[in-house]
Design a protein around this ligand. Structure first.
Ligand SMILES: Cc1cc2nc3c(=O)[nH]c(=O)nc-3n(C[C@H](O)[C@H](O)[C@H](O)COP(=O)(O)O)c2cc1C
Length: 160
């Protein structure tokens, strides 16, 4: 395989950009992620790949629950705050206000337009990320007019 072709071709997969959050007592994880997709209508399943050494990985593995907050166009600055470990101060994570998810307690970022909570059903621990399959158990829409942010439009890459 040509490594350059592999990199360029895999980076041609179209992604959004999300903030995945998870909570275990006062231990909070919040990661900017793009490796996420829906994977079943009934039950509503999603699949997400989380890096093994992320704080979020340990919390999702332990609690079996997480939330996904969808970034909108114009919210890259918020996304960038979550490419590092989570720091909670009062009702903010990395400077952005959150409220606990009703079903899982996982933090919901109040500035982001769409969110869903999920409970893991399966995991594939192969390679440097774990693929968690999870059932969506709750969802919310704060601003239906918001257009989801596309990774490609940010000029950033995670993949290849
Ligand atoms: C553009 C971009 C996309 C990313 N996508 C993912 C991803 O899909 N999965 C992942 O585990 N980490 C991803 N990361 C890395 C996490 O954002 C980063 O490791 C974060 O600090 C994890 O926070 P945590 O330790 O609180 O979980 C991405 C980083 C960047 C810059």
């Amino acid at each position: 395989m040509d490594p350059q072709a592999k990199k360029v071709a895999l980076r041609a997969i179209t992604y959004g950009l999300y903030v995945l959050t998870a909570m275990d007592g006062d231990h909070v994880g919040a990661a900017g992620i793009n490796w996420l997709t829906q994977a079943s209508f009934e039950p509503p399943l999603i699949a997400v790949a989380i890096k093994k050494d992320n704080d979020s990985h340990a919390i999702v593995e332990k609690t079996g629950a997480f939330a996904v907050n969808v970034l909108a166009e114009g919210q890259l600055e918020i996304g960038k705050a979550f490419f590092r470990s989570a720091k909670v101060e009062g009702n903010t994570i990395n400077g952005y206000q959150f409220e606990p998810g009703p079903e899982t307690g996982a933090p919901l970022l109040v500035d982001l337009p769409y969110w869903f909570e999920a409970r893991t059903t399966d995991s594939v621990m192969r390679g440097d990320h774990t693929v968690f399959v999870a059932e969506v158990v709750n969802a919310g829409v704060r601003d239906e007019s918001a257009v989801p942010l596309l990774l490609r439009s940010t000029g950033m890459n995670y993949g290849g």
